[in-house]
Ligand binder design. Structure first.
Ligand code: CP3
Length: 348
């Protein structure tokens, strides 16, 4: 059976709407990827990572691989947050074994001139979503995503993965340029995510992977407010699907984020305390926060932590997930171990 999942039949969409379901739904960030042998095999057929992401047949296959193996309640489209800078005209490539590389940051006025065209250049991601939605069981929801503006800007400024010192300095040294760059990304992201929903995405996640080490005022300016403008822009465009914001590393700034970003759910990283999660659950849904290092380690410690997360957050609106992406050398049996425990759990 195929077709659109409605909130009534999808545990995941129910939880995002604030419902406390029989058990929390579960999916994993980076659930498609190198820890799966079938992914590694598929990956050898693409000439490079970007062409892989932009080939709807291959990207749909990569999206579906973890869904065939594991009882995940949601599927996330296979793509990458760095497709957007590429669509805006900055060169992006992946060095084998090293990660992303970007060419020089184009002048911001030039990037601004590409905002209208960028989503169209990523229509392959829409095609992937449509293909996956057509074959996924209706009770399993499909998630679209984008990098959040600040995180994408860090890569655009630094040209690679880094400690973000250059990008954080840029925020103080060239505040007007950073604001202009973030505004370009806000506008392009609204269009890109709207396209993804039109193609079949039933929920959206904003990956703010580098929200740590930012003073409160700056955090408000480059994280919370841009997220709020994206959510407002989506609503103005008629997009009604739930939005999950994941400001990884936000720490004590999470409360202000949750109140100001306008998102339906907040992703928590591995450090989030039981009390912080419970306090957020009074106003929205939370998602997270199993440590990917513990998932990789396995054993009784893993079972104990899974039980603890279910116990501390399972009585409120909660989506079980990791606190960051799954690591490439994670044993598949550990993923099976967690999924058996989460799907077998029932609220008392
Ligand atoms: O979750 C999923 O299964 C969907 C696919 C997905 C990928 N990247 C595929 C990918 C998603 C949601 C992302 C998000 C992403 N991409 C983020 C935010 C989340 C996070 O991890 O913080 C970031 C920062 C990126 C940028 C990026 N892409 C980096 C830094 C790297 C290199 C590091 C690495 O893991 O290799 C990538 C490459 C990448 N994106 C891979 C995958 C499966 C590995 C590339 C390969 O297969 O060779």
């Amino acid at each position: 059976m195929t077709g659109q999942a409605s909130r009534a039949e999808s545990r995941f969409l129910g939880a995002l709407a604030g419902e406390v379901t029989d058990r929390p739904p579960v999916w994993f960030m980076r659930q498609a990827g190198r820890y799966l042998p079938e992914y590694r095999e598929l990956r050898t057929r693409a000439k490079d990572f970007i062409s892989f992401c932009l080939d709807p047949e291959m990207a749909a296959e990569a999206t579906l691989q973890p869904m065939r193996r594991f009882p995940f309640d949601a599927s996330i489209v296979f793509a990458d947050i760095l497709l957007l800078p590429q669509a805006l005209g900055q060169e992006v490539w992946f060095e084998a074994g090293e990660g992303p590389r970007l060419g020089e940051l184009p002048p911001i006025e030039r990037l601004a001139g590409e905002v209208e065209a960028a989503a169209g250049r990523l229509s392959a991601v829409g095609e992937t979503l449509s293909r996956v939605r057509a074959v996924l069981e209706p009770e399993r929801a499909l998630i679209g995503f984008a990098g959040a503006p600040w995180t994408v800007a860090t890569y655009m400024i630094e040209g690679r993965s880094s400690d973000r010192t250059r990008a954080r300095s840029y925020a103080f040294e060239k505040p007007d340029d950073l604001d202009a760059l973030i505004e370009v990304l806000v506008q392009a992201t609204i269009r890109y995510l709207t396209m993804q929903v039109e193609a079949g995405a039933q929920a959206l996640q904003l990956f703010e992977s580098w929200a740590e080490n930012i003073p409160e005022d700056l955090f408000e300016r480059i994280v919370t407010r841009p997220h709020a403008r994206i959510v407002q822009g989506l609503r103005a465009a008629g997009v009604t699907v739930p939005v999950i914001g994941f400001p990884r590393g936000a720490g004590s700034l999470l409360t202000g984020y949750a109140a100001g970003a306008g998102v339906n759910a907040v992703g928590l990283d591995v450090q989030a305390s039981a009390a912080m999660g419970q306090s957020l659950q009074r106003s929205l849904t939370i998602q997270g926060a199993l440590d990917p290092l513990l998932l990789r380690a396995g054993g009784d410690g893993l079972d104990r932590r899974v039980d603890q997360l279910l116990q501390q957050w399972g009585d409120g609106p909660y989506v079980f997930n990791l606190g960051h992406g799954i690591l490439p050398d994670t044993p598949i049996r550990h993923v099976e171990q967690v999924l058996a425990r989460v799907t077998g759990w029932r609220r008392a």
